[in-house]
Design a protein around this ligand. Sequence first.
Ligand SMILES: *Cc1c(COP(=O)(O)O)cnc(C)c1O
Length: 397
Amino acid sequence: MTSDKTRNWKPRTTLVHDATLRSQYGEMSEAIFLTQGYVYKTAEAAEARFKGEDPGFIYSRYANPTVDMFERRMCALEGAEEGRAMASGMAAVAAAILCSLRAGDHIVAARALFGSCRWIVETLAPRYGIEATLVDGKDIANWEQAVRPNTKLFFLESPTNPTLEVIDIAAVAALANSIGARLVVDNVFATPLLQRPLELGAHVVVYSATKHIDGQGRCLGGIVLSDKAWVEEHLQDYFRHTGPSMSPFNAWTLLKGLETLAVRVDQQMRSAARIADLLAQAPQIERVIYPGRPDHPQADIIARQMSGGSTLICFDVKGGRAGAFAFQNALDIVLLSNNLGDAKSLITHPATTTHKNLSDEARAESGIGAGTLRLSIGLEDIDDLVEDIEQALASVR
Ligand SMILES: *Cc1c(COP(=O)(O)O)cnc(C)c1O
């Protein structure tokens, strides 16, 4: 196998070429190595491999050539030294949070989290003696007040799901550094193209690759990215011995997804900006939250830390649940589904689907009302999307 060295390419070139490994056949497209194990020529070679004196592969729970290409291409894109690909976004979030903590440690997390992320912090971690405090992450004072002598980890998502709130990553990273804690950022909504948490001071970045990185609704995947020292000290053994590894087939699918990520995100963002403006003017709509609009509540932070808006829009339909349901049921092109970042435009009603397990109080705190909808814009022709949204609006009284 020969490996193209990681070069100082711009993101769009990195997405297509970085970290490609080619076998002796010189295949153009990345090969899928569907193998669990590897064969050693001699007993001495096996010994050297296990001692770490020979850098080859040992077992696909640890590393695999196709998965390695995905990990190294993501590292190049993110500016990270090391990455470990995992079977799903949640496997990656769980690993990033749990691998470095032990009983007696304390987590501070922004409360506006993806439901399963919130369960890990609020329910699972305390079972193992790790305390957690959830704060309204928009105000840095809330993070400061929540810090305790045993605070080891900060965790946040920005923009958040589904209300697209934005948290000042550099400010939280500076606070983490001042107390010797680590900041983990779930960067799913921004994608690696619109926000670079490591450059803003975050220590660890996690993705659900299921979303924009696949972008065509095919497979689950996740990745944890950080510096070499953190991965070697905390993640490496957790990863090898608990086995959340990504399948080589999924790694291959995601590599193909990366090739088109930039063109997809560009077009989805352009369409989303237009639809956000359309919704903002519609009398049937109470509120629109879109990170690309100047009326976003944290437009100043967005200007500092993001290089684009979003492929998602959050909005409240008048008439609460009845209005939101009527709007959804009238849609023709836009499909009802809780995935996001897909080629197909998708809409979800968080209060009755993704966020139904939250208490009424927690939902209200997160800004999720009975009429709130989350719209993920796909790759359809913008004129058709506009027509679909307009006719659905017309059906809301
Ligand atoms: C989807 C999602 C996850 C979980 O990813 P899976 O691949 O579904 O396990 C985590 N965080 C955010 C923000 C997500 O949108």
